[in-house]
Design a protein around this ligand. Sequence first.
Ligand code: F6P
Length: 543
Amino acid sequence: MYDKKLTDIKEWKELKIHYNEIKKHHLRELFKYDKERSKRFSVYNEDVYFDYSKNLIISKTINLLIKLANSRQLKHEIERMFNGEKINKTENRPVLHIALRNMDKKPIFIDGKDIMPEVFSVIEKMKNLSIKIRNGEWKGFSNKKIKYIVNIGIGGSDLGPKMVVKALKYYSKRSIKIFFVSNIDSNHISETLKEIEPEKTLFIIASKTFSTLETMTNANTAKNWILSHYKSKRSIPFHFIALSTNTKAAIDFGIDSKNVFEFWNWVSGRYSLTSSIGLSIMISIGFNNFIELLKGFHSMDNHFRNTPFEKNIPVIMALIGIWYNNFCEAETHAIIPYNQYLNKFPAFLQQCDMESNGKHIDKEGNEIEYQTGPIIWGEPGTNGQHAFFQLIHQGTKLIPCDFIGFVEPLNNLGDHHKKLIANFFAQTRALAFGKTREELLKEKTPLELIPFKICKGNKPTNTILIKKLTPFSLGRLIAMYEHKIFVQGVIWNIFSFDQWGVELGKTLSNKILAELEDSYNNPLKHDSSTNDLINIFNKGFPL
Ligand code: F6P
């Protein structure tokens, strides 16, 4: 509970004033006059090099931001999370995704009970199942080996595992094909069913609540597909397993109780990929690689918890984000991985960040008078360069970007990797330094073209350069962003682990579903736009 609004505290006001000082500077000149700038604003941590020197900051900026973090008792808040306090107040729950990868198994207590034995017993159960599937021991109802895994889930029960399965495809068992079905649109499951064979398919129903409309609709369609093939209910337990906190609902669906993989309400959906929700990942890359992934998460968790803020990567990322979001008026934040395997990373972060920090009420229940979570978006480089980069270079908006890349290639083919990395480094340089009138004149650019070719530069980027894409390094990268989001939530004084806004849409869609019948004759009581849309859907287009 704070006695002063965030915008009224002196640390905030100092940053406001400081912005007027910073906006006079250009990255060209900041680099020119500070030869140590790259060293000053970078952190090495194991296999990660985090370079934040190409940001619109000076040392004073970071000092003021750290003062701001201290004034919001960030250190204390981090400890509260790691110690299992019920920081998700509106749902009265602790937030303990860090327990899912607590590899040294040090006890973590909830209401006096150590949760670590349960966590590791589920990992053991996942291990047994994934081995059976990978070595062909698990058989379908007609005694055939499993060749296709279909994860049915949405939001956190889809985006995390999907992103990681794709990111770690290099390490995957190729004979098993993994599909993800999320959308309630019948096109999604229909197209998937066309790719697979019922006798060789295992459906994983991934749902924390086991009640989400999209997931249950797709799960029932899959169930009918299996039933119509075998004409026997006894086939269901051979082709369906569940990942859920709601064991009873999964058993009612027809899943064998021993094939319900538990997780707990202290894991939010968007932070759940290291729980049983990650089973498809384990099946894809194997148990040992999955453990490496968890170790990577754990190593970043330790870095976050134990490192002074000045050298703490997630803390610095968060503070720089706050600098742009609240003082430089940036509205969005782009994520640009220079690696095709990380194709789904921006989409994953969209949910993780925007569902967490898309809030306009503070922890005391008051309307907030400052900006909270940014719009997260992005695409892998170099594709993005030929799509939206023009706007970042020469548009009117300030768009801070994170560039993520790897020194060692996985598929070392000709000069692909060098060309990829050349583009990666060239872009952050071009964004920072731009192209001046003088440079264009020197290159003998026709005078009439000069205004169009000037790139002002001063466009900020973070560079996250990692040794190699491995399960371990991916775990570290994801945890880095999870903790960044946490830090921002602490400073904005919002609850980052609930998502009440999403619930409204869910309730309303159930009401409208009942009205989408051509025989529905009760008067519609929505607004005129919604009423007309329902009428057109029910009765057809007027002639
Ligand atoms: O979109 C809201 C949400 O509750 C997410 O937070 C969650 O990841 C998703 O729905 C799926 O929920 P469940 O795993 O319960 O099906």
